[in-house]
Design a protein around this ligand. Structure first.
Ligand code: FEO
Length: 389
């Protein structure tokens, strides 16, 4: 349990959560880390803490550099408890420790930890002179809570970006050149798709503000620290926040007796025949957070559900509700499903497509009971004809 040196007097003192498998509904097969950072000097400053149950790990790492009671200030970039959860235990060791945070952070932290918390606001433009180090603060409201801010350490050109650029990715390596880069970027995409996606405009604003800074290290609050691949992660955030697609298709469905599944396969045949890179997701097998990672960058989205008790299947409703909250943009869509008598599911799927202002690829297709070969071929051909150049 040692601190990891990032630069002279700058250390990673966070915790690795190897066994985390669910982060409020987002499946985290790769675990996560909660990154806290220690800057030592005339003032000893901690940036963020960790989840409450991992306080001892953070504390042990800090103690390999300075005694805990030598801390002078906590900078809190974000109220959410994966970063602030260590505050109550920290205050037991350092009573009255001052907490510098955004104005919204002051209100949020007090609601979490009590009015007596010794908070000071860092309003936009505020700079902190801490002897040999100066810090500036960049408010990034709604990336992804109202209180979020970034902290920039001017002398070392380190941007402490909190959730931005993060990944739920537990590893022994702390830097982008110490892990599998493909994996780190894949986890960064999943993180963006499931946490940051609704806030494209705010991310673009934050990227514009950050582009004025000379950044040599991006130190997020989850996963690895970016030092060799900063242009790459910035480029990807630029594309994701602009809602760019890669031309691919996602087919997402559930099925009761394989009829809607057959329709999904027919749609797949149409997309693939038209030269579109396509993935099929069966909602019984694939978690909605993994599906959303691909949907985020897909151009086409086809969603299929049979009708059960006058409704789409609950699995399809869960996916669509989740997707609606994440508000992807610019999809071209198709709804389909089999039915026995009511047949309401396809219209219900299309209603959600309409709310998201998606463009219709083809009118929805409903098939009674079991689709015949001819009906399936019609789906394939219709998709192919619509897409082929
Ligand atoms: Fe990693 Fe929004 O907390």
């Amino acid at each position: 349990m040692k601190a990891v040196k990032i630069k002279d007097n700058v250390y990673w003192v966070g915790a690795v959560d190897w066994t985390l498998r669910n982060f409020h509904g987002y499946v985290t097969e790769s675990g996560s880390t909660y990154n806290a950072y220690l800057i030592t000097g005339e003032k000893n400053i901690l940036i963020d803490t960790v989840k409450a149950h991992l306080f001892e790990e953070m504390s042990a790492r800090i103690k390999t550099v300075i005694p805990l009671e030598k801390l002078d200030l906590l900078i809190s970039n974000h109220v959410e408890m994966d970063h602030s959860g260590g505050i109550p235990e920290l205050l037991k060791a350092v009573p009255g420790l001052k907490v510098l945070t955004s104005p919204q952070g002051v209100a949020g932290l007090k609601l979490h930890y009590g009015e007596e918390l010794n908070c000071e606001p860092a309003p936009p433009g505020y700079k902190l002179d801490a002897g040999r180090y100066r810090f500036s603060f960049l408010p990034t409201p709604m990336v992804h809570w109202p209180d979020n801010m970034l902290t920039y350490l001017e002398e070392e050109k380190i941007l402490f970006s909190n959730d931005a650029f993060g990944q739920h990715y537990a590893s022994s390596g702390r830097f982008d050149d110490e892990v599998c880069l493909h994996k780190a970027l894949a986890e960064a995409k999943k993180y963006y798709a499931n946490i940051v996606l609704p806030y494209g405009k705010q991310v673009r604003d934050a990227l514009a503000a950050a582009s004025k800074l000379d950044i040599k290290t991006i130190a997020p609050s989850h996963g690895i620290i970016w030092r060799g691949q900063i242009p790459e992660i910035l480029k990807r955030y630029g594309k994701w926040s602009a809602y760019e697609n890669d031309g691919s298709a996602c087919i997402v469905y559930d099925s009761m007796w394989h009829s809607t599944e057959k329709m999904a396969r027919a749609a797949y045949a149409g997309f693939v025949r038209a030269g579109i890179k396509t993935r099929i997701f069966d909602l019984k097998c694939d978690h909605i957070s993994n599906i959303m990672t691909d949907v985020m960058t897909a151009k086409y989205l086809a969603v299929g559900s049979p009708t059960l008790n006058n409704n789409m299947l609950p699995t399809a409703a869960a996916f669509l509700t989740y997707m609606k909250g994440l508000a992807p943009q610019g999809k071209t869509v198709f709804a389909f499903g089999s039915y026995g008598w009511g047949g309401q599911s396809v219209a219900q799927v299309e209603e959600i497509f309409k709310e998201l202002k998606f463009e219709t690829l083809l009118p929805g297709v409903r098939i009674k009971y079991i689709p015949g070969e001819e009906e399936l071929k019609k789906i394939e051909n219709a998709i192919y004809e619509k897409i082929k150049k």
